[in-house]
Design a protein around this ligand. Structure first.
Ligand code: R5P
Length: 234
């Protein structure tokens, strides 16, 4: 039908991405997230760059770096920018109220968490389908682990109550992160205490980082059928 958007959720994600991109000011150092929603944000920043906005970016993955470079965006690293003004990224789950997150279904959780931790403000952009009452309701917790001894690490994660799956790509090869590590997708079901679980996972030797982002979110821009909503942690 004329005028009807054929991809309403895609349009909603684009609007959230544009809203976040509009938060970037001249001279800022910005963390550039990873995933389909973050890619829309990077495209929006590319359009603002073409209009004359100037900032520097630290990407959270090789694919986000490639996208930003192709748009002419200046990329830097932590050797010159140990702290960022703003980081913008997507999420796989956002817990209502706390705004705690699960991230990493795209395999970028380690660099994303480092960038989020280095930013004065961490803004998350999602469609309303990502909102949950409890983390773990729909998504596993991705955990980045060293390849050496991953089987033992997996066993210890299982002892925390998770069903553990080594991430394999569609072509049947091992999924290897930008850092050369493996991902274990850990299904816990609804998580009552994300902070405690994040600590317990982090205590396991062989674990590099988990996709639980607890008490890190400054604001979430949610794109829904009623429009955009901006949530701030309770
Ligand atoms: O590792 C990937 C990231 O955590 C993504 O931000 C997350 O998976 C959300 O991606 P999308 O916006 O494509 O749903």
């Amino acid at each position: 039908m004329s005028g009807q958007n054929s991809d309403p959720m895609g349009e909603l994600k684009r609007r959230a991405a544009e809203e976040a991109a509009a938060m970037v000011q001249d001279g800022m150092a910005v963390g550039l997230g990873t995933g389909s929603t973050a890619a829309l944000m990077i495209d929006a920043l590319g359009r603002r760059w073409a209009d004359g906005l100037r900032f520097v970016g630290i990407p959270t993955s090789e694919r986000s770096a490639e996208q930003a470079r192709a748009l002419g965006i200046t990329l830097v690293d932590f050797s010159t920018h140990a702290q960022l003004d703003l980081a913008i990224d997507g999420a796989d789950e956002v817990e209502r109220g706390s705004l705690d997150l699960i991230k990493g279904l795209g395999g970028a959780l380690l660099r994303e968490k480092i960038v989020a931790a280095a930013a004065r403000r961490f803004v998350v952009i999602v469609d309303e389908g990502k909102l949950v009452d409890h983390l773990g309701s729909r998504s596993p917790v991705p955990v980045e682990v060293t390849p050496f001894g991953w089987e033992s690490t997996a066993r210890q994660l299982g002892e925390l109550g998770a069903r553990v799956a080594l991430r394999i790509k569609r072509d049947g090869d091992l999924f290897v992160t930008d850092g050369g590590n493996l991902i274990l997708d850990c299904t816990f079901g609804p998580i009552e205490d994300p902070r405690a679980l994040e600590a317990a996972i982090g205590d396991i030797v062989g674990v590099i980082e988990s996709g639980l982002f607890v008490h890190r979110t400054s604001e979430v821009i949610v794109a829904g059928r009623q429009g955009l909503t901006r949530l701030v942690a309770a």
